[in-house]
Design a protein around this ligand. Structure first.
Ligand code: NAP
Ligand code: MG
Length: 494
């Protein structure tokens, strides 16, 4: 794998072959420097159809679904080892294409390896149940079988990590797949496709078609040859996919938008909470579905706490992704930077006060990229669109509360329910609030944490279905019940 200053060029990955780069290519310029870093094929509906057909054939007539769990596990462990071998290059590709700091991209790669190794273990343990207490001569087998062909559509903020929350689990279960990465950040998905070949995944089991969501993604949503569609992205595109996917009643797993709250109580470890608030909102430039974009802070400590948050935020280094000292990188593209800026302005029009940032950074070193200042908006009411809507940038809104009930009400008053965070050393408060929050994940005295064993996903407009953990694996399996009567049975009709 080559990652110097050359432009990486990729073809499509269909049926075990990578096609040569074509004439119709998408150019990716680094959002931090403007340099051309990668070129991917602008796939067509015909390309998508060919990839789905390859995955369908590999599932219906190939060996993959019928291999022993041990064989699939071995191949997945090889994939994990190859990912580890290429970790630094993968992190660099991710940093160049997304604009995130290399230092943090390394964490994405490490987490992806952990997910692959965990899925390899699940491949070994996949099994059903046998029921023998149904009465004499009646036995029930509840089997777990691979669910079929999986379509995977992923966004640009964690291209590798979000793919690896799906792919190794689907492969472990015996499924085959077609992935459609985001058009602007397709590199690591294509690199993983190459690694799957090297690891021994048979032709057709994993296919990648790059290109536009409205073309390639739409085809995956509509295809009647896909059994499971696993989507991560915005709520608006997710709703379009739900509509398009009705043709064959395919199973959907929808990981959509979020607007997480971080609730800070006076009895928290406030030093840890300051750190958590900053990481929660500025990690990955705030381009994170579980970003703690809304700070809810108890009124008794609000002023002091905020001044600590602001002074620590001033020390964060916004800089080039490949600079080891950078804490915060560049936003994904110019249009998104405009959206973030627009939300700051709307927030102000609704009464918010800018405590920090609020504008694009255009110092000579950063002028060529889409860098946005870490931003803190105080006095944000629950009616403010900056409080309600997903900004997906480095913008923290601050709202004060008096009682625990008020904090819970504020946290739950948005359309999303992906994740929330509570900072309190009081077990009564922390657990009461944790249990009352409407979200798929709640962090207590930590944030944006995780492990391959722990599922993630949303409620309300953050979607449905879960990824990771045993339940995430189960989404790629189908349950079959086999009922057996042995011996002489009573006739059905007299
Ligand atoms: P997006 O605009 O919804 O795009 C997500 C993916 O869908 C991309 O690959 C996109 O392709 C594709 N797509 C676009 N239109 C489509 C269509 N009509 N049919 C099928 N696919 C289509 O999301 P994004 O802007 O990339 O990412 C940001 C969003 O993702 C945020 O809302 C964030 O909260 C959400 N997200 C959620 C989670 C989670 O776990 N819940 C995690 C991360 C991000 P192209 O862009 O290439 O056209
Ligand atoms: Mg988008």
């Amino acid at each position: 794998m080559q990652v110097d200053n050359a432009v990486r060029s990729y073809g499509l990955h269909i049926n075990g072959h990578e096609s040569p780069p074509g004439t119709n290519m998408v150019d990716r310029h680094s959002p931090a420097t403007g340099r051309l870093v990668a070129r991917y094929v602008a796939g067509t509906v015909e390309d998508a159809r060919a990839a789905v057909e390859a995955a369908r054939t590999a599932f219906d007539t190939g060996t993959w679904p019928h291999l022993s769990g041990q064989d699939r596990s071995r191949i997945l462990n090889r994939l994990a080892a190859l990912t580890r071998r290429d970790a630094e290059q993968l992190a660099r590709i991710e940093a160049e294409e997304t604009g995130k700091p290399l230092r943090l991209a390394r964490g994405d790669v490490a987490a992806s390896i952990g997910l692959t190794e965990y899925a390899a273990a699940l491949a070994l343990t996949m099994h059903g149940d046998v029921h023998t207490n149904l009465g004499p001569g009646f036995t029930g087998l509840v089997t777990r079988e691979p669910a079929g062909v999986v379509g995977m559509i992923t966004p640009w903020n964690f291209p590798l990590l979000l793919l690896m929350q799906k792919l190794p689990f689907a492969l472990a279960a015996g499924c085959t797949a077609v992935a459609k990465p985001a058009e602007v950040t397709s590199g690591t998905t294509l690199e993983i496709a190459r690694l799957t070949v090297e690891a021994g995944v048979p032709a057709g089991v994993f296919n990648v078609v790059t290109g536009r969501g409205s073309v390639v993604g739409q085809h995956l949503a509509e295809s009647e040859h896909i059994d499971v569609l696993s989507f991560t992205g915005s709520t608006s595109v997710g709703q379009r996919i739900i509509q398009a996917s009705g043709v064959n009643s395919k199973r959907l797993s929808m990981e959509l938008g979020g607007k997480a709250a971080t609730i800070v109580f006076p009895d928290a470890d406030l030093t840890a909470a300051v750190d958590g608030v900053l990481f929660g909102v500025f990690f990955n430039q705030g381009e994170c579905c579980v970003s703690g974009a809304r700070l809810l802070v108890h009124q008794d400590i609000a002023d002091e706490f905020l001044s600590a948050v602001v002074s620590r935020a001033r020390e964060l280094a916004v800089g080039h992704p490949l600079d080891e000292d950078s804490d915060i990188g560049a936003l994904i593209h110019a249009e998104h930077l405009e959206t973030v800026l627009n939300y700051v302005n709307i927030g102000r029009q609704h009464g918010a006060r800018v405590l920090l940032g609020g504008a694009r950074l255009d110092s000579p070193e950063l002028r060529d990229g889409f860098f946005f200042a870490p931003t803190i908006l105080d006095e944000v009411t629950p009616q403010n669109p900056a409080f309600q809507e997903e900004i997906f940038g480095p913008v923290l809104t601050v709202t004060r509360f008096g009682t625990t009930e008020e904090a819970i009400g504020l946290a739950n008053s948005v359309e999303y329910g992906l994740a929330n965070t509570v900072w309190s050393k009081n077990i009564d408060t922390a657990l009461t609030v944790g249990r009352a929050l409407h979200s798929g994940t709640v962090w207590i005295n930590t944030t944006i944490d995780g492990a391959p064993q722990l599922p993630g996903g949303g409620v309300k407009n953050s979607g449905y279905g879960r990824e990771m953990g045993q339940v995430g694996f189960d989404e790629f399996t189908e349950v079959k019940t086999i009922q057996i009567r042995t011996g002489q049975r009573e006739p059905f009709f007299r």
